[in-house]
Design a protein around this ligand. Structure first.
Ligand code: COA
Length: 147
């Protein structure tokens, strides 16, 4: 398994993986392109035998880091791909000066929450997510507009 920046040639495969992965909201292509155009290299892909098997988005707002849209292809799960992607994006965030990483999971993603607990993440039960659309979109959190 090899980790690298998500390449332009893998954008379609990454969008397809996100779209097919349970508990992960789809990623709009234009939003991904904005992220890939940034100086920070925080969109990381895992490849096995030249096939994209996992992908994750990191972002850093100068204060907090965020990990979003971690997805591993079902056939590649259980052999460390998810952990490796998280470790890599954490390392890149740390190198940018980030001291704390946050992430969101859907409330019913129990398996995902177990994964994050194994990776050292702790829940923040006192926190509630609020969101507001600025573009007139009426979609709710579940369709991915929140995160
Ligand atoms: C969650 C997900 C990314 C895990 O990827 P993976 O490559 O199978 O995970 P890894 O093999 O790296 O596992 C790392 C550790 O997490 C544990 N783990 C992984 N999936 C788990 C699960 N479903 N339940 C409990 N523990 C799990 C592993 O046992 C391993 O534990 P260890 O510390 O004892 O070694 C993958 O199952 C996935 O894509 N799920 C759907 C999308 C999703 O939920 N993403 C997170 C969104 S918030």
């Amino acid at each position: 398994m090899r980790l690298a920046d998500l390449a332009a040639a893998d954008v379609d495969a990454a969008l397809a993986l996100w779209a097919a992965t349970e508990h992960v909201a789809p990623v709009p292509r234009d939003e991904l392109e904005v992220l890939l155009g940034r100086d920070e290299r925080l969109v990381v892909a895992a490849r096995e035998d030249d096939v994209l098997v996992g992908v994750v988005i990191g972002t850093f707002d100068g204060r907090r880091g965020w990990i979003q849209r971690l997805a591993v292809h079902p056939e590649a799960r259980g052999r460390g791909v998810g952990r490796a992607l998280v470790t890599e994006v954490e390392s890149r965030l740390h190198a940018l000066g980030c001291r704390r990483v946050n992430l969101l999971t859907f409330a019913d993603n129990v398996a995902g929450q177990r994964f994050w607990a194994r990776a050292g993440y702790r829940p923040a039960p006192a926190v509630a997510l609020f969101h507001r659309q600025l573009d007139g979109d009426t979609g709710d959190v579940r369709d991915g507009s929140a995160c």
